[in-house]
Design a protein around this ligand. Structure first.
Ligand code: FAD
Length: 311
């Protein structure tokens, strides 16, 4: 039932933040097969191979180094260096025009020092520019939204192509879309993947979907570059219709989907002439990302539980 699913989803999102559950899941023998559906591997080589394959098929990519909620400077520094190395290799491989990176500010120090996170993000943007590509800053927990939008705004003075993310489940999403729908502004619209209280977020799925449509209307009618990140067939149909309504050519917006989710649909849209970007996450810290994917879909959860039971 929908209600049962909502409870389960909440439990999984809470577990995504638990160290204890993390240790059990990360070391369990079942992990590999299920995890591999959503994670491109652990190393830069794995991720570049997957990215090379996807771009050869005509898809675009955004690469994400797994890791979030960093609590010390050294770790944040290591994360920046990893991104810089990734971008150097991406550029050297000639993938800069087809693949960009996504980064989480919480991996760069936002949790304890906003200025440090900004400085770190700036270094990643500079490395991206050298590689001929761009950066999108993922949106995380609702408590970080104002800080993240401040940082995006600051970065755009020097790097106007930095991508922002709006989560449709937030009550202020439509307002934020209107503020961001200007010339050259790259905006990813997604439903939102974290646990958020009803004071700030719509908690009913249908309400979230309606908000997504309102946001999409604002972005598609605006002057920016919308990046519509959803696997939802109804929302993709509405996006198609809005593109026609606003006379948008296929190069003026893109669809985005996660690696491992609806791969046939990704190829179908691309074959129709749409730009489709696949979010390719890789690295050792796959646990919270993986748990958010499980929370999204009962079928994924069943798969996971079956492997838990050893079947
Ligand atoms: P859902 O409501 O999960 O699914 C809707 C429908 O899509 C389903 O009913 C089904 O028909 C179809 N579907 C979904 N999954 C599958 C599947 N595995 N197989 C077949 N059909 C399926 N969240 C953030 O909070 N911050 C971010 O920065 C962020 N970045 C993202 C970037 C990208 C590229 C994408 C795709 C998602 C991102 N998300 C982010 C996650 C997002 O917020 C959602 O949690 C996630 O995309 C699931 O929502 P959905 O729109 O796909 O719809």
């Amino acid at each position: 039932s929908t209600e049962g699913f909502a409870v389960l989803r909440q439990a999984l999102l809470v577990a995504s933040r638990s160290e204890r559950v993390r240790r059990v899941v990360e070391t369990a023998p079942f992990s590999d097969e299920v995890v591999r559906r959503f994670i491109a591997g652990e190393t830069i080589e794995d991720a570049l191979r997957v990215t090379g394959d996807l771009t050869a098929e005509g898809l675009l990519v955004t690469m994400d180094v797994l890791g979030e909620d960093t609590h010390d400077k050294e770790r944040a520094e290591a994360n920046v260096q990893h991104y810089v190395e990734l971008l150097e290799r991406l550029g050297a491989a000639g993938l800069g025009t087809r693949a960009e990176v996504s980064a989480k500010l919480s991996a760069l120090g936002q949790t304890f020092d906003e200025d440090l996170a900004l400085a770190n993000a700036r270094r990643i943007c500079a490395a991206a520019r050298d590689a001929g590509t761009t950066v999108t800053l993922d949106m995380e927990d609702h408590t970080t939204v104002d800080s993240t939008l401040r940082i995006v705004h600051e970065l755009r003075r020097d790097f106007p192509d930095v991508g922002a993310v709006i989560q449709a489940y937030l009550r202020r999403a439509e307002e934020h879309c209107a503020e961001l729908a200007y010339e050259g502004s790259r905006v990813r619209l997604c439903k939102g993947a974290y646990a958020a209280p009803s004071a700030v977020a719509f908690t009913d799925r249908e309400e979230v979907d309606r908000s997504f449509v309102r946001c999409m209307k604002v972005l598609m009618a605006g002057k920016g570059y919308p990046m519509l990140a959803t696997h939802d067939p109804r929302l993709i149909e509405i996006a198609d219709a809005l593109a026609v309504l606003h006379d948008r050519d296929p190069g003026s917006f893109e669809y985005q989907m996660l690696y491992g989710v609806r791969p046939q649909e990704q190829r179908r849209l691309a074959a129709q002439g749409a730009q489709v970007r696949v979010y390719v996450a890789y690295g050792r810290e796959w646990y919270p990302y993986f748990m958010r994917r499980l929370a999204e879909r009962p079928a994924n959860l069943r798969l996971f539980l079956r492997s838990l039971a050893g079947r």
